[in-house]
Design a protein around this ligand. Structure first.
Ligand SMILES: Cc1cc2nc3c(=O)[nH]c(=O)nc-3n(C[C@H](O)[C@H](O)[C@H](O)COP(=O)(O)OP(=O)(O)OC[C@H]3O[C@@H](n4cnc5c(N)ncnc54)[C@H](O)[C@@H]3O)c2cc1C
Length: 400
């Protein structure tokens, strides 16, 4: 067993870190305070290949794997979780859904510009009445000759206002329940399709989280994504990969919160010595570092499993093979959920301790601890809450 990253992966980490510290760090608080989407960073992310990480070069992607993807999201989020989630929703939700379940024509038309970062993507599953119970989708799509007409509204769509391409789930046959929900590709500017209310959020404020609304929105038949009725089931497979990205998001923010705590503890003096001399503070740092390490091992293991499944040809149907028992598919579902659950919870604990170590200054915007504290909470909610992760893990353990 070898836990070390390859030379290329270590170099990638250094490159992303340098990029994040140079291009993102100076603007983080300005974007956060104004709750402003960092449009200017998108072309730079594209140039670095970060908007097409997990897609082959033939579709304009960087041709990297999930371990590299985890490193990139982790390093971006170590500096700004908002940029981390923008990249995550674009890569592992929107683009990946088209890449995994799209036709060759759809891949040529959509994956290529998305992976090159010429276009930005969003992915809409959640609705006001269908969150954890995403199978309760109410948005409908009805067939009219050679097109589909969508009506309804999605909520909490990351990149909703800024995306050029939206993948959205809608009911096509209510009687078939979970097997009656289909996925569609909708392009910005399609009549009847518009972003709605932008959420005013606790954290990750520079990322855009919005409603998207469909009013008699007509898309051509070829914009059906995957098999009719399989959009919900495919979404669950997409979320296996998505959870690796949210685990990486939590991991990166936890790392950032830990590092600023170490810096502060060494520099802040009370009772005539740095607070890092107090065992109470040392124990906090030791616990933070240990938990982050455990979260990193779980996250990289899930990423490594995803890469192994792809290498062994499980790509066509998401990670799931025909016989889940004989493949890594069940393990990926369980272990990406474990990574997401643990890294998300650790991020919240670590950010909490980071504020505590900073004392009153941790409660101010003069230090980064405050922003990490707000931002990390998303990790126990987005792409399935911690409670839902536990249900997914338990289902796998009990063979249900
Ligand atoms: C910043 C942000 C970005 C997001 N981005 C996207 C996106 O790009 N695309 C998208 O489709 N969605 C997105 N979401 C939506 C996110 O996935 C949902 O918020 C999440 O799945 C929870 O749904 P909900 O908010 O409706 O909560 P609810 O499902 O109403 O849950 C409320 C509470 O009840 C608990 N609960 C619910 N059901 C059960 C159960 N069976 N057992 C035990 N407890 C349960 C939950 O764990 C939670 O604590 C985003 C959300 C946020 C906040």
């Amino acid at each position: 067993m070898d836990f070390s990253l390859s030379d290329e992966q270590q170099q990638l980490r250094r490159t992303v870190r340098e990029f994040a510290e140079g291009e993102i760090a100076p603007h983080v608080m300005e974007w956060d305070e104004a709750s402003r989407f960092p449009s200017e960073i998108i072309p730079k992310l594209a140039e670095m290949g970060f908007l097409g990480v997990i897609f082959p070069e033939k579709y304009g992607g960087a041709g990297m794997g999930y371990v590299e993807y985890a490193i990139i999201i982790e390093e971006l989020s170590r500096v700004d979780g908002s940029v981390g989630i923008i990249v995550a929703a674009h890569n592992s939700l929107c683009t990946n859904h088209i890449y995994k379940f799209g036709t060759e024509a759809q891949k040529q038309k959509y994956v290529a510009p998305l992976a090159q970062g010429k276009k930005l993507g969003c992915w809409s599953l959640t609705e006001p009445e269908a969150g954890s119970d995403a199978g309760g989708t109410r948005t409908v799509a009805s067939k009219h000759n050679s097109s589909w007409v969508l009506n309804g509204a999605k909520t909490f769509t990351t990149n909703g206002h800024h995306a050029d391409v939206c993948v959205a789930m809608a009911v096509t046959d209510a009687a078939k329940k979970h097997h009656g929900i289909s996925a569609f590709i909708i392009e910005k500017g399609t009549p009847g399709f518009r972003p709605g209310k932008k959420e005013n959020k606790l954290g990750l404020r520079a990322s855009d989280t919005s409603e998207v609304v469909f009013t008699d929105c007509r898309v051509p038949a070829e914009n059906l994504l995957g098999r009719e009725g399989e959009g919900f089931v495919n979404s669950l497979q997409i979320l296996d990969g998505g959870r690796i990205s949210i685990a990486s998001l939590g991991l990166g923010m936890a790392q950032g919160a830990y590092e600023c705590s170490v810096r502060y503890a060494k520099q802040r003096k009370q009772f005539g010595k740095p607070i890092s001399d107090f065992q109470a503070i040392q124990f906090k740092l030791a616990d933070m570092a240990t938990q982050i390490d455990a979260a990193r091992l779980l996250t990289y293991r899930a990423a490594w499993l995803a890469d192994r499944a792809i290498a062994s040809g499980d790509r066509v149907s998401g990670f799931a093979a025909a016989n889940p028992e004989s493949s890594d598919a069940a393990r990926i579902t369980r272990e990406s959920s474990m990574a997401k659950l643990y890294a998300g919870e650790v991020a919240v604990r670590v950010a909490n301790e980071a504020v505590q170590i900073h004392g009153g200054y941790g409660f101010t915007k003069d230090y980064p601890a405050e922003k990490f504290y707000r931002d990390v909470k998303l990790c126990t909610i987005g792409e399935g809450t911690s409670e839902i992760q536990r249900l997914v893990i338990a289902r796998q353990l009990l063979g249900k």
